[in-house]
Design a protein around this ligand. Structure first.
Ligand code: COA
Length: 255
């Protein structure tokens, strides 16, 4: 169904592999279009509870936007493409279903931006991160200028954007760009274990955590009040509190 994406659903976890290994999984327009369709599928499919993104092979997560396609692009196209890329990554960031980036190699340009739009990032020891657009006379255009500042602070973000330098996984961890660094063989198992833990929680509360974290700096306290109140209206809140009081494990249903 997709030319550039491989998918697999297991135990509620939908694994999405960006599959253009000969181009280091660069995000061409086809991949972006397929990701947009895939997000429709993810939103509609009740059997999908969470999502993992990974790159094909062991060399790259995603080595950026496809530079070949940038050759013929003018300013009008640039505006349109940036808007489309931003919209796509907003949809990932605002998804009610937890999204984890398993960064298994280069996460450059749009690859770093894709990873940053996910809720959690786990990197393999060989992962490398950069926003190298400056080397092309460009800047990040899929939300990277904003999310990099949010995640690692303005000074470090500007150093990365202005120099185009790559950082390794250890530095990315120290900067707070990734949550964990693990051996490459452990990348998916660690993500799956984390998502199994998350999937055992109440879905309304999961979505509320994501929504309120996204609202940080933009009326977040008010968003928190509303989301907190919404949780109190759920059967899962009754189940969670009763289970604690009865000293048993809760069984959440999403209601
Ligand atoms: N767009 C299009 N093609 C890309 C690409 C990108 N962002 N990144 C890598 N590729 C292609 C290469 O052109 C090469 O294709 P070819 O075999 O047809 O010539 C193939 O992927 C393998 O890459 P190669 O450069 O040979 O691998 P390497 O190990 O020597 O270097 C990188 C790896 C990631 C350092 C290097 O490919 C690179 O700098 N890529 C561009 C990164 C970038 O600037 N991204 C931001 C774009 S806005």
């Amino acid at each position: 169904m997709y030319d550039c994406l491989l998918t697999n659903l297991n135990n509620g976890i939908f694994t999405v592999t960006i599959n253009r290994p000969t181009k280091l999984n660069a995000l061409n327009f086809q991949v972006l279009k397929e990701l947009a369709s895939l997000l429709n599928e993810i939103e509609a499919n009740k059997d999908i509870h969470s999502v993992v993104f990974i790159g094909s092979g062991e060399k790259a997560f995603v080595a950026g936007a496809d530079i070949d396609e940038f050759n013929t692009i003018d300013a009008n196209d640039g505006m349109r493409i940036s808007k489309a890329g931003q919209d796509l990554f907003f949809r990932i960031e605002q998804s009610k279903k937890p999204m984890v980036a398993c960064v298994n190699g280069f996460a450059l340009g749009g690859g770093c931006e894709l990873a940053m739009s996910c809720h959690i990032r786990i990197a393999s020891e060989n992962a490398k991160f950069a926003q190298p657009e400056i080397n092309l006379g460009l800047i990040p255009g899929y939300g990277g200028t904003q999310r990099l500042v949010q995640l690692i602070g303005k000074g470090r973000a500007l150093e990365l954007m202005l120099t185009g330098n790559m950082i390794d996984a250890t530095t990315a961890l120290a900067y707070g760009l990734v949550n964990r660094v693990v051996p490459i063989a452990q990348l998916l198992p660690v993500a799956y274990e984390m998502l199994h833990t998350i999937q055992s929680k109440a879905p309304v509360a999961i979505a509320a955590c994501i929504k309120t974290a996204n609202a940080a700096g933009n009326n977040g306290y008010l968003a928190e009040q509303t989301a907190f109140a919404e949780c109190f209206a759920t059967a899962d809140k009754i189940e969670g509190v009763n289970a604690f009081l009865q000293k048993r494990k809760p069984h959440f249903t999403g209601h």
